[in-house]
Structures are given as structure tokens and as C-alpha cells.
Design a protein around this ligand. Structure first.
Ligand SMILES: *[C@@H]1O[C@H](CO)[C@@H](O)[C@H](O)[C@H]1NC(C)=O
Ligand SMILES: *[C@@H]1O[C@H](CO)[C@@H](O)[C@H](O)[C@H]1NC(C)=O
Ligand SMILES: *[C@@H]1O[C@H](CO)[C@@H](O)[C@H](O)[C@H]1NC(C)=O
Ligand SMILES: *[C@@H]1O[C@H](CO)[C@@H](O)[C@H](O)[C@H]1NC(C)=O
Ligand SMILES: *[C@@H]1O[C@H](CO)[C@@H](O)[C@H](O)[C@H]1NC(C)=O
Ligand SMILES: *[C@@H]1O[C@H](CO)[C@@H](O)[C@H](O)[C@H]1NC(C)=O
Ligand SMILES: *[C@@H]1O[C@H](CO)[C@@H](O)[C@H](O)[C@H]1NC(C)=O
Ligand SMILES: *[C@@H]1O[C@H](CO)[C@@H](O)[C@H](O)[C@H]1NC(C)=O
Ligand SMILES: *[C@@H]1O[C@H](CO)[C@@H](O)[C@H](O)[C@H]1NC(C)=O
Ligand SMILES: *[C@@H]1O[C@H](CO)[C@@H](O)[C@H](O)[C@H]1NC(C)=O
Ligand SMILES: *[C@@H]1O[C@H](CO)[C@@H](O)[C@H](O)[C@H]1NC(C)=O
Ligand SMILES: *[C@@H]1O[C@H](CO)[C@@H](O)[C@H](O)[C@H]1NC(C)=O
Length: 668
């Protein structure tokens, strides 16, 4: 039905070009339901309603399906007709929408191939996965085009990706070339055009607020070849740019025109610098609205952060691949006092060029490290970041990031512009007598700030010595326990075991957890007033030699505290008070469930028990349901650890046994 109608049109074509066009448009609007679809593109983004949006003719392959010639073939036929007469060429061209459109917008008699490749004057063209970097001045608009040849050109080469189960990789059959080809003919080729702001103008004022965002516009109609904000108004469809990141995603059937406009403002000085890239694979630059970075703990100059589990696969091959990996992620951190940073916080390029702190970002050298670890409950692979050179008592934004696809970056790499995750926040401590410690060899699950003395254990190079003091003490205590455990008939037949549910391995694990948490206290600033913190070492002088006012001039409440063992000494006085001498600090008490777990997991013959009532409250803490509050210390702890991965709560069945020496030694 379609073809005869077109033949009629063709005869009119010679008579009146305008009439032809009108008829085609009428025809199309009646017979093409996909029109509605075309004008819906971008409906998820903010559409500029002031400007009429010219609907685009979608070259969906259904037309050619009638005579079983794939669209590409028709085009080839057209292009080969160079030596035919003009009339013949008219016939052939008029028989395709392709031809009609070219006639309408293009020059008569120009080689179609040439026409396709040429960008309009003043418009630069973008190649697939090839970023361009540009400066833009206040009030200017710059135009780009992603030409059809590139849109329908070859895809980038897919990398191996990060280790994962076959079932969770994107390589399911809906991404195969043949499926892509079919969808392309039906709906157009999905494309992504992204911008990353790298540098932004600075504020004239001292307020330091972020400059306005660049504006991103697009058009897939040849009628608007230079979308953007001009002094007359705006053209094309506007897409929101936030935090220096903008994304245009549409199914393209023809050239896509892009405009980048810099707002006019007199409050800021300088220009923007941005990177723009187009891709028919995935967004070249990527921003994710999840944070995926957890704060473990920090001291007054350093912080430890960790990703969530990177795989939940029980497959040991995948586990080994992750653990053997060169750490694939990086991170950035920036002081929250600098509000102007909001202007680039979703842009990899912007973070790289502006952030105070970077870790594991190629090309930026510093002492910050990103390493793989299996610390934490379940022992799944994660990546941890140890960042230093932070300011004391400061609030930071932290961003997980990936440079390129983690192994390659830049032009030709799918996703080569990098990835950035949404921000999380963390703070540094004020005082210098808490030191962040991790990577211990015996208490390998310990990763938090511990009481320290900066004069004895320099924050620069003394932390390994400090770790050794705590770790060897815990290892020695464990050895005593080991001797006791060897007296227990653990490895006998099931009927002779002390419990069917738990064996000696469970007991050894629970003891180690408990022992490390109890012998290595978690330290907080003396100035921190959180109600769950316990005061320690009140009567000692600070490491800098100054003595607190409550010693020389105590009021009655303080006098009581000074006389109390628990607030005037440390939990583990033998090494903390005598060897380390941290001065006054506050302690996050170990979680009571570590003690319950110990009592439950070990044979009654060992005689473990947990203190009750008042004694429990001064020795142990309880978990706060708010994941942002660490009201007690447990191994593998991190702020905002999701409930699924937190250690399960209290066991239902509780055993109360008498205390024996080992336990009693360590709590008050
Ligand atoms: C990153 O891209 C390069 C080049 O395309 C590719 O060889 C490599 O396998 C990719 N890396 C990953 C982790 O996919
Ligand atoms: C920006 O301001 C300049 C000078 O005032 C003016 O020439 C230009 O048209 C303005 N641009 C826009 C997009 O309003
Ligand atoms: C592109 O077309 C596919 C297939 O119809 C559709 O699923 C997808 O949502 C479209 N994408 C956009 C951005 O319109
Ligand atoms: C900001 O600085 C620029 C360049 O120095 C100047 O042209 C502009 O007038 C200044 N604006 C304000 C509000 O001071
Ligand atoms: C992230 O985006 C998804 C889908 O767009 C949305 O459902 C989710 O609520 C967003 N998450 C946050 C933290 O904004
Ligand atoms: C584990 O993963 C590897 C690589 O993905 C695969 O070859 C192997 O069959 C998997 N093993 C199991 C037990 O699923
Ligand atoms: C951090 O995230 C919050 C909420 O997601 C957002 O309001 C804020 O602007 C973000 N800050 C930065 C620097 O991106
Ligand atoms: C520390 O503070 C100073 C002064 O406020 C600031 O210039 C510097 O960038 C900060 N450093 C970090 C790592 O936040
Ligand atoms: C010594 O350290 C304490 C706690 O960090 C602090 O409050 C005090 O001001 C310091 N004294 C001197 C002289 O620096
Ligand atoms: C952890 O300690 C081991 C030696 O015990 C050392 O080889 C390794 O580099 C340390 N890792 C980090 C991240 O400090
Ligand atoms: C106890 O010590 C022995 C000998 O040192 C060692 O072989 C054994 O693994 C230890 N037991 C536990 C539970 O660590
Ligand atoms: C029990 O025996 C197994 C192997 O027979 C051994 O691996 C384990 O360490 C033993 N447990 C204890 C507590 O000795």
C-alpha cells in the first residue's frame, strides 16, 4: 500500500516540492504511530516548551521491510547511481524517506555520502567514544554534532569487565550484534552524549558559592542544527546539568546536534573547561546516584574507607580474581567548607582537577592507597582506601570513582571518561591521641582508631610499632586461651562434643573476635560528648604535657570520676597506661553481643560468662539501630553498613556461666 502512494507522490515531486513535502508529512503523521514516540524522546529530561520541538522522521526499517530491502542496502543503491540521469535519481530517491529528507535539507546534486559526513559550519563533529575538551566563556554557546555515520558506525570493543558470575554480566543475548541491528532498524540506535565540567569560573565574592551550571541542549532535527541558549531565547531540548555532569540519551536515526551554553553572569570570573563525548555503546562519562563508599574510622589526619562487598558470589574463582586484582576503584575527598565544589561534584574530570584528596587515581601521586581486603563479616572482597594529610576536626565529602573502565582510559575505550559515585560524608577527629590502625597481622579484623601517643608513635612512621604493641599483646593472650582449649575434647565424635551446634572452631573464632575488640579499645576524642562513650585515663596528663583543669580544680562530680578505676585507667592498663600513655581519651565500648557469642560458642568447662547489670553497662555497649551511629565496637564495623551485612544481633539463647580469670582480667 505504501509504495503505490509514493509513486503518486513522485510524479508530483517534479511539479511542486512543497506540496510533496506536505503530503509526506501528512502521510507520515497518519501512518506512523512512531511519531508519538519521537516527540516523547527526552520526556524524562526537562523539555524546553517555549520552543516548538520539530518532530523527527524516524527512519524505522518498517518501510523497507515491505520490499525486503534492508535500509542500508537502499542507501547503497542510491549512492551507486551517480552516473544515472537526474530524473532516474529523483525516482530512486523519492522512493525512500531517506531521499526525501536529503532533498529537503540538502543541496541538489551533492553526493549523499559527502553530505552525511559534513557538519554545518561552526559545528564540530564528535566521533564515537572520542572525547573533546573545550573552554567556554561566560555567555557563549558551542555546538557539536554526532553524525549519522558515527552513530551507526562500529561499536567500541567491549572489555573483559570486572570479575563476576556469568549470570550477572551484561552479556546476555539482548546485547548481541544481530539483536542490536534489529533494534536499530526498528527504533534507531541508542546513543549517549555526556559532558563533564573540568574547571569552572571563580566567584568574585568571598561567599564562594558554586557558579551556575553549564546548559546542555540537543536536537535530532536538521531544522535546529545549533541548539542552545542565545540572546533571542533557547533552541532544542534542554537537559539538566548537575554537579558538572550532563547526559543526553536517545534513540537516534539521524545526526544529533548538541549545544553547550555558558550562562551570562557578572558574579563570576573566568571560563569553564569541559569534556564532551558521544557514544553508541554506553555513556562515556558516568555518574551513579548511589554512594557505595563506607567510612570505617579516622583520626585527626587520616581516614579509612571501604567499598561494600564487591561480589556476593560463593565461587572461589571469582573470589580469587577479585583478591588478586590491582585495586580497580579510586576515590576523591574534598573539604565541605568549599561550597564551590558542588559545581563539579558529579564529574570525574571535575573531581580529578579540583578535589583536595585523591587515592588510587592514576597520574596523581600521594601517599594514599587503595588495596583489596576481605576484612569484615563474611570475608567478601572489598576495596579499602587509606587517605592521609587531612585537616583535623573537618567534615569531608567522599566520592568513589573509577578511572576509565579501570584498566584503560581515554579515546576508544567504552566508558573511558570515568565513573563517579554520589557523595558520602565523614569527619576527622580533633585530638592527636587517637590513631587509626588497620592491617594488623593477628587481629586482622581491627580497623579503627586506638589510644596512642603521638610523641612515642609518630603519626608519620610510628604506626607500625603501635600496631605491633597491641597485636602481640592480643596474640599472647590468645595463646593462653589456646592451651585451655586444647584440654577440651573438641575433635571427638559428634556424641562426645560439648555441643551439637558449636564446635571448638566456633569457640576459637568467637574468642578471637572478643579478645581483639576488648584488648584493642576503640578511641574517640575526649571532647566528644556522645552518651555511649566511656571516659578513660582522666587523671593523666595529655601527651603534650598539659594537665586538665579537673585535676587541679575538680568539682565533686569530677572528683568521683577521678577516684573511679574505670574512668581513671584504661581497659588494658598493662600496655595502654604503662607503655603507650595516651592521656585522657574516650572509649567506644565493645558490643555486649561479642561476649554473648563467646559464652554461647565455647564449652561451659572454660567457664566464660558475661557481667550483668551495672557491671555490664560499664564494660560493654549495645548496638544502636541507627546505622550512622557506632555506639559500640565490633570488628568489621563501618558507618552506614547496610543491615544485611551487619553482624546479626543477639542470639536468642543465652548462657550465663561463672566468670573465669581470663574474662575478668579484661573488663571492669
Ligand atoms: C578497558 O578497555 C580496554 C580497551 O577497550 C579493554 O582492553 C579492557 O579489557 C577494558 N577493561 C575492562 C576491565 O573491561
Ligand atoms: C550575554 O551577555 C552579552 C553581553 O551583555 C550579550 O552580548 C549576550 O548576548 C548575552 N548572551 C546571552 C546568551 O544572553
Ligand atoms: C530506545 O528504544 C528502545 C526499544 O524500543 C526502548 O526500550 C528505549 O527505552 C528507547 N530509549 C530511549 C532513550 O528512548
Ligand atoms: C567580577 O569580575 C569581573 C572580572 O574581573 C568583572 O568584569 C565583573 O564586573 C565583576 N562582577 C562583580 C559583581 O563584581
Ligand atoms: C537513584 O536512582 C534510582 C532510579 O532512578 C531511584 O530509584 C533511586 O531512588 C535513586 N537513589 C537515590 C539515593 O537518589
Ligand atoms: C566459577 O567461575 C568461573 C569463572 O567465572 C567458572 O569458570 C567456574 O565454572 C565457576 N565455578 C562454579 C563452581 O560455579
Ligand atoms: C551530596 O549528596 C547530597 C544528597 O544526595 C546532595 O544534596 C549534595 O548536593 C551532594 N554534595 C555534593 C558535593 O555533591
Ligand atoms: C586544610 O585546610 C586548609 C585551610 O583551610 C585548606 O587550604 C586545605 O585545602 C585543607 N586541606 C585538606 C586536605 O582539606
Ligand atoms: C594539649 O592537648 C589537649 C588535648 O588535645 C588540648 O586540649 C590542649 O589545648 C593542648 N595543650 C597545648 C599546650 O597544646
Ligand atoms: C599490610 O601489612 C603487610 C605486612 O604485614 C604489608 O605487606 C602490606 O603492604 C600492608 N598493607 C597495607 C595496605 O598497608
Ligand atoms: C593452638 O596452638 C597450636 C600450636 O601452636 C596450633 O597448631 C593451633 O592451631 C592453635 N589453635 C587454634 C584454635 O588457634
Ligand atoms: C579439630 O580438628 C581439625 C582437623 O581434624 C583441625 O583443623 C582443628 O584445628 C581442630 N580444632 C581444634 C580446636 O584443635
Amino acid at each position: 500500500m505504501q509504495f503505490p502512494k509514493l509513486s503518486q507522490l513522485q510524479s508530483r515531486f517534479a511539479v511542486s516540492f512543497g506540496a510533496t513535502l506536505l503530503l509526506i508529512l501528512v502521510y507520515l503523521s497518519i501512518s506512523r504511530p512512531s511519531f508519538a514516540y519521537a516527540s516523547e524522546i527526552g520526556s524524562t529530561t526537562s523539555v524546553d516548551h517555549d520552543q516548538p520541538f520539530w518532530p523527527v522522521i524516524l527512519e524505522d526499517g518498517s518501510f523497507n521491510e515491505e520490499d525486503n530491502i534492508p535500509k542500508e542496502d537502499v542507501q547503497a543503491v542510491v549512492l551507486e547511481q551517480d552516473d544515472t540521469s537526474d530524473e532516474e535519481r529523483d525516482e530512486i530517491q523519492a522512493s525512500t524517506f531517506e531521499g526525501c529528507e536529503e532533498r529537503h535539507h540538502g543541496d541538489w546534486g551533492t553526493d549523499l555520502n559527502e553530505l552525511r559526513k559534513r557538519a554545518p559550519a561552526g559545528v564540530s563533529s564528535l566521533a564515537n567514544n572520542a572525547p573533546q575538551n573545550m573552554n567556554i566563556e561566560l555567555g557563549e554557546t558551542e555546538n557539536w554534532v554526532f553524525l549519522k555515520d558515527e552513530i551507526e558506525g562500529p561499536h567500541g570493543e567491549q572489555g573483559i569487565g570486572l570479575p563476576s558470575d556469568a549470570s550477572t554480566t551484561g552479556n546476555s543475548d539482548d546485547n548481541t550484534p544481530s539483536r542490536r541491528e534489529l533494534e536499530k532498524r526498528q527504533f534507531g540506535t541508542p546513543i549517549w552524549i555526556t559532558i563533564n565540567v573540568c574547571l569552572q569560573p571563580t566567584s568574585n565574592t568571598s561567599r564562594g558559592e558554586p557558579p551556575p551550571q553549564l546548559q546542555l541542549f540537543y536536537s535530532d532535527s536538521t531544522d535546529i542544527q545549533k541548539p542552545g541558549s542565545t540572546s533571542e531565547g533557547t533552541k532544542g531540548i534542554r537537559v539538566e546539568v548537575e554537579g558538572g555532569y550532563g547526559l543526553v540519551h536517545l534513540n537516534a536515526t539521524d545526526d544529533v546536534y548538541i549545544g553547550v551554553s555558558a550562562p551570562n553572569t557578572t558574579d563570576f570570573t573566568g571560563s569553564w573547561n569541559y569534556e564532551i563525548a558521544a557514544s553508541n555503546d554506553v555513556p562515556y562519562h558516568f555518574w551513579s546516584n548511589s554512594t557505595d563508599l563506607l567510612f570505617v574510622d579516622g583520626d585527626n589526619h587520616a581516614a579509612l574507607l571501604v567499598t561494600p562487598d564487591l561480589t556476593d558470589s560463593s565461587n572461589s574463582t571469582i573470589y580469587d580474581e577479585w583478591m588478586a586484582m590491582q585495586a580497580p576503584y579510586g576515590m576523591f575527598a574534598h573539604d565541605q567548607k568549599d561550597q564551590s565544589f558542588l559545581g563539579v561534584s558529579r564529574s570525574y574530570c571535575g573531581l580529578r582537577k579540583n578535589a583536595n584528596i585523591a587515592a588510587n587515581i592514576p597520574g596523581i601521586t600521594n601517599n594514599n592507597v587503595g588495596t583489596m581486603t576481605n576484612r569484615g563479616l563474611g570475608g567478601a572482597p572489598k576495596e579499602q582506601f587509606y587517605i592521609s594529610a587531612l585537616n583535623a576536626s573537618s567534615d569531608y565529602w567522599g566520592f568513589l570513582a573509577m578511572t576509565g573502565n579501570s584498566t584503560a582510559t581515554g579515546a576508544g575505550v567504552i566508558g573511558g571518561g570515568g565513573r563517579v559515585w554520589s557523595n558520602m560524608t565523614f569527619s576527622t577527629k580533633a585530638s592527636d591521641n587517637c590513631a587509626l590502625m588497620y592491617n594488623l597481622s593477628f587481629c586482622s579484623e581491627v580497623a579503627y582508631a586506638v589510644p596512642s601517643n603521638p610523641d612515642k608513635y609518630s603519626p608519620l612512621d610510628g604506626l607500625a610499632d603501635l600496631a605491633a604493641v597491641y597485636d602481640s599483646y592480643a596474640a599472647q593472650m590468645y595463646q593462653y586461651f589456646n592451651y585451655s582449649l586444647q584440654q577440651i575434647p573438641c575433635n571427638t565424635t559428634a556424641s562426645a562434643q560439648y555441643s551439637l551446634a558449636r564446635n571448638c572452631d566456633d569457640c576459637a573464632r568467637a574468642y578471637k573476635q572478643w579478645l581483639c575488640a576488648v584488648t584493642i579499645p576503640r578511641c574517640e576524642d575526649w571532647s566528644n560528648d556522645a552518651p555511649y562513650l566511656a571516659r578513660r585515663n582522666m587523671a593523666q596528663s595529655f601527651p603534650n604535657g598539659s594537665t586538665a583543669s579537673w585535676i587541679s580544680n575538680p568539682d565533686s562530680g569530677q572528683q568521683a570520676l577521678l577516684n573511679s578505676v574505670q574512668s581513671n585507667s584504661s581497659r588494658n592498663g598493662e600496655i595502654i597506661d604503662d607503655v603507650i600513655q595516651p592521656g585522657p581519651y574516650k572509649e567506644v565500648l565493645p558490643c555486649i553481643d561479642l561476649c554473648f557469642d563467646l559464652v554461647q560458642s565455647c564449652p561451659a568447662a572454660l567457664g566464660f560468662g558475661c557481667p550483668q547489670g551495672k557491671y555490664q553497662n560499664i564494660s560493654y555497649g549495645v548496638r544502636d539501630p541507627d546505622p550512622g551511629i557506632l555506639s559500640c565496637s565490633y570488628l568489621g564495623a563501618a558507618y552506614y553498613l547496610s543491615d544485611g551485612t551487619r553482624e546479626s544481633g543477639l542470639p536468642g539463647r543465652m548462657m550465663w556461666a561463672s566468670m573465669i580469670i581470663t574474662v575478668a582480667l579484661l573488663f571492669f
